[in-house]
Every structure is written in C-alpha cells, then in structure tokens.
Design a protein around this ligand. Structure first.
Ligand SMILES: Nc1ncnc2c1ncn2[C@@H]1O[C@H](COP(=O)(O)OP(=O)(O)O)[C@@H](O)[C@H]1O
Ligand SMILES: [Mg+2]
Length: 192
C-alpha cells in the first residue's frame, strides 16, 4: 500500500503551467476519483504519479519517496488501453507478469494470466486473439487485468471506463470496486 502526497505540485509541458498549487494527500488504500473538464490536467497528474513525466522532487512523493521514473509498484491503465498490438491479448498480461515474477515458468505465468482474465470476465478463447480483433470493452478488460495482475500497491487508471457502452461500463466499474474491496489489508491505492 502506498500513499501519495502532493505539496504545491506544479507542472507544465512548456512555459505554460498545466498544474499549479496542487495539494493533496491520498492515504494508502484510498480510492480517489479525479474529476474535471477535458484538458484540465487529469492525465498529466496520473502521468506524473506514474513517473512518465518528471516532477519536482519536493512536490510529489509516492510511498514517502520521490518519483523518478516508472516502477512495478505503480500499475497504469491507459485511456487508449496501451496493449501491445503485436502480441496476443493474453501475452500482454504474461509479459507484465514476467517483469515482476522473473522466476515463474511459462505454465505458471499463463495460469495466473488466465485467472486474471477470468476475474475481469474475459472468456478463455479471447486470450489468443490480437488486440485489433477485440472490442473496446474487451481491450479495456485486458488492460485492466494486466494492471491488476502485477499486484502493484498503487493503481493509476486514466478514464478507464470512458470509451465503453453503458452496460459494460457499469459491469467493469463494479468489478474494479470489488477487486479493490477484496484487497483487504493489502488494499490498493487507486487513482482514476
Ligand atoms: N505531451 C504534451 N505536450 C504538451 N502539452 C500537453 C501534452 N499533454 C497534454 N498537454 C496539454 O496539457 C493540458 C492538460 O492535458 P491532460 O492532462 O491530457 O488533460 P485531461 O486528462 O484532464 O483531459 C492540455 O491543455 C493539453 O493540451
Ligand atoms: Mg485525460
């Protein structure tokens, strides 16, 4: 479990500031929703926490440490899913697992990846399909399964339900909430 603290956080891509004077402290295990109009800086804030953009060392801390790059303790679900198109959907989960659990053999890795796919309501026969052959909702589920599979204590989700139809959105929202609640003492900190 990781806490995230922003202390007068300021950030701009160029001279113009996108974020300024952001003060917030998320305790470990919190479920935080970012709300704001398009372009206000929600994705930017998530990218800063993920370590995909560079922040000032004193202004953003995760787990008491300055964020100086991406790490396996912070999972990210990108708005456009971020699945590698040249790999099957299942392999997209497996490759993430291999990064984290280097001593697992192929069989164990696939077993766990399949379990996460099932947790997200994905049929086993979708596992061997390429992302281009999946629906938006299925891609979103695979991206979410991949993020949960690495069991990062902090999960960053950028509008993870944005492009889904109303029914899929409601189902996936419930699934994510359930996975978070079931985390118990290991409950993740979630930003979405
Ligand atoms: N890579 C980038 N380079 C320059 N400007 C960017 C970049 N990404 C986002 N911006 C600008 O930063 C602002 C915030 O963008 P973003 O964080 O994506 O907003 P949101 O996710 O809330 O819609 C916008 O004005 C956007 O145009
Ligand atoms: Mg955004």
């Amino acid at each position: 479990m990781l806490e995230v603290s922003m202390d007068n956080l300021q950030f701009g891509y160029g001279k113009e500031l996108v974020l300024s004077g952001v003060n917030y402290k998320a305790k470990a295990g919190d479920f935080v929703c970012l709300l704001g109009q398009s372009g206000c800086g929600k994705s930017t804030l998530l990218r800063l926490i993920a370590g995909l953009e560079k922040s000032n060392p004193t202004q953003l801390m995760v787990g008491g440490k300055h964020v100086d790059g991406p790490s396996l303790d912070r999972g990210m679900v990108f708005q456009d899913y971020g699945l590698f198109p040249w790999m099957t959907a299942g392999d997209n989960i497996c490759i993430a697992l291999k990064q984290k659990y280097k001593d697992w053999d192929k069989h164990k890795t696939k077993e766990v990846a399949l379990e996460w796919a099932r947790n997200l309501g994905l049929d086993e026969d979708l596992f061997d399909k390429y992302p281009m052959n999946l629906s938006g909702g299925q891609k979103q589920r695979f991206a979410t399964a991949r993020a949960f599979a690495i069991d990062a204590p902090l999960l960053l989700m950028d509008e993870p339900f944005g492009a889904l139809d109303a029914v899929t959105k409601a189902l996936l929202q419930d699934t994510v909430l359930e996975l978070w609640q079931n985390g118990k003492e290991k409950r993740k900190t979630i930003f979405l």
